[in-house]
Design a protein around this ligand. Structure first.
Ligand code: ZN
Length: 305
């Protein structure tokens, strides 16, 4: 690792993080990310370039707008630092290669999608569809190395192994198709069983994008890991709401502990059903882990049996 290059890549990441903040705020609201320049979400005054330095400006202005003194969410510098850290990590992991570029692009898109979904329960097409196209395109330069590349060339002809770009693209297409149809199917079953929409088309497009980057095997691993993470989150939320409501009932209504617990349980179960589940957050974070460590995990897992 070249230290000067590492610093430059980190700084580039901070700048991209700054742009990602604009995307997270504007895309769900249907505002152009290019024009006009950055403005305060509260007073709409233009933010000068010297107040728009990643991370530093947030600390110099103590997290407030220079004009109206309204608080600016710490999300702004968190995203900048995360993107800077992501770029640096990709460089450390892959060196100055096309794999590093793919890792940066994938992580950048996922960060944007995770935070947009958490804040607004939306997964903008401008990120997912762009990501799907980029994922398919990148498969021509960085091998996806999935099921198609491993089995099909030998079946077609022995010399076909050299046509790796074609197999890699097929792997990306297959990953996108499997990811999208899996989530579409799960969403349809959920809708029929619960009567509420659990997963929307945003999640379907998100999984198509993820599939194009990681291929079939890691797509399935991502969905599996995200389901576990989502369930644990749901369980934690249920218990937290239950405990809070039991406490409130005992204080306000002077109910006995057992009575309060029983009633709070019923109301917590109803509350949980109406709690927005940002499934994109779980899919996105698990996809990044699968992209980085999934193959190592699967090799370790197969060796156990
Ligand atoms: Zn302001």
């Amino acid at each position: 690792m070249d230290p000067a290059l590492a610093i430059a890549i980190f700084a580039l990441g901070l700048a991209f993080g700054s742009f990602l903040n604009v995307c997270i705020y504007r895309l769900p609201r249907g505002i152009s990310v290019i024009h006009p320049g950055s403005a305060c979400p509260n007073c709409e005054s233009q933010i000068h370039f010297y107040d728009n330095v990643p991370v530093l400006s947030w600390f110099i202005l103590r997290g407030r707008c220079r004009q109206c003194q309204e608080r600016i969410s710490p999300r702004y510098f968190v995203i900048e630092l995360l993107t800077g850290g992501l770029f640096l990590f990709c460089y450390a992991e892959f060196g100055l290669t096309l794999s590093m570029l793919k890792c940066c692009i994938f992580g950048f898109l996922l960060l944007g999608l995770i935070f947009t979904d958490a804040e607004t329960q939306l997964l903008p097409d401008k990120l997912t569809i762009t990501g799907l196209i980029l994922g398919l395109g990148l498969s021509l330069f960085v091998p996806v190395n999935d099921i198609v590349s491993q089995f099909l060339p030998a079946l077609v002809s022995p010399e076909a192994t050299s046509a790796w770009r074609l197999w890699s693209l097929l792997d990306a297409i297959a990953g996108a198709a499997v990811g999208a149809s899996f989530i579409y199917g799960a969403g349809a079953i959920y809708l029929r069983a619960r009567g509420v929409e659990g997963m929307g088309f945003g999640d379907v497009k998100l999984m198509a994008m993820i599939g194009a980057f990681v291929g079939i095997r890691l797509t399935i691993l991502t969905i599996f890991a995200a389901s576990i993470a989502g369930s644990l989150f749901g369980l934690w939320a249920l218990l937290a709401i239950w405990a809070k409501r039991t406490h409130r009932r005992m204080l306000r209504n002077h109910e006995s502990r057992s009575e309060a617990r029983r009633r709070a349980w019923t109301s917590a179960a109803i509350a949980l059903r109406h709690l927005p589940m940002p499934f994109g957050v779980f899919l996105g974070s698990m996809a990044m882990l699968a992209f980085l460590y999934g193959n190592r995990f699967l090799r370790w897992y197969w060796r156990l049996f």
